[in-house]
Design a protein around this ligand. Sequence first.
Ligand SMILES: [Mg+2]
Length: 288
Amino acid sequence: MSNIIAVIFDFDDTLVPDATNQLLKFHGIDVDKFWKDTFSKLTSTGFDPTLAYLKLVLDIVGEGKPLGCLSIQQLNEFGKTLDTMFYSGIPKLFDDLKAIVKGINEFVSIEFYIISGGLHAIIEGSEVVKNHFTGYYGCLLGEEGDPPRITSIKRAITFTEKTRYIFEINKGIRYIDAMSDPFSVNKYVPKNERRIPFGNMIYLGDGYSDVPCFSLLAVHNATSFGIFSPQDKVKTQNSYVNMVQHNRVQSIHSPFYDEDSDLGSLLRVAVTTLASSISLRLQSGYVH
Ligand SMILES: [Mg+2]
């Protein structure tokens, strides 16, 4: 049962430059002003950061407003435009990792997931995501009207909420089933029946919203990598130091996934090591 490896990625600034910022820029909105003025004002009054940005997005949807009558379909279409913007080495990485695993033991497999506080409708528009990921989780928006426009928040993925999806992956609750049954994550699944043990997971993320996932997986000796953008001076001074200082991640790298980049190479090594150890356990008959 535990012959599956899961590589789980945050989305924004981990696989692709922040998609919400790109959406705002595409509609001529001043991104710095959006985050520094309006967003900070809400979070300083107690708004959860994820709910604050979702509210701000909804506030600027409508006739004559900066995002216009934005629909889910339009967000899907915008997501498709991200396909040319993925960081170097994506999507080749996914085929390479699959080949590595298959070369070690044909009974070991690897799956890819995204857990993001960004917009689900943008992520699902990407062909790269559709073609390579078993599951992808993001904030869900609801739409109403004819023609439809987004009007509500159906599901917000806040910092700790990200770990919920790690449990869904761990328990083998299919993405599509969890969508229609949000309570399914709480069903009891004995440890030896869980589809993907935490120790078979590798997690990659760039920010504060990933810290609960780093912490959960660290308890289970899973491998986590931090993603680093040297250009981002604010983050360089705060969150990156925070990630390394407290052993939340094994190491921090720029988001380049080619075979000859440090992260791309380390990921291939991490998957090789994990697949070899699962293969050994399979051959010795010790599955969990
Ligand atoms: Mg991110």
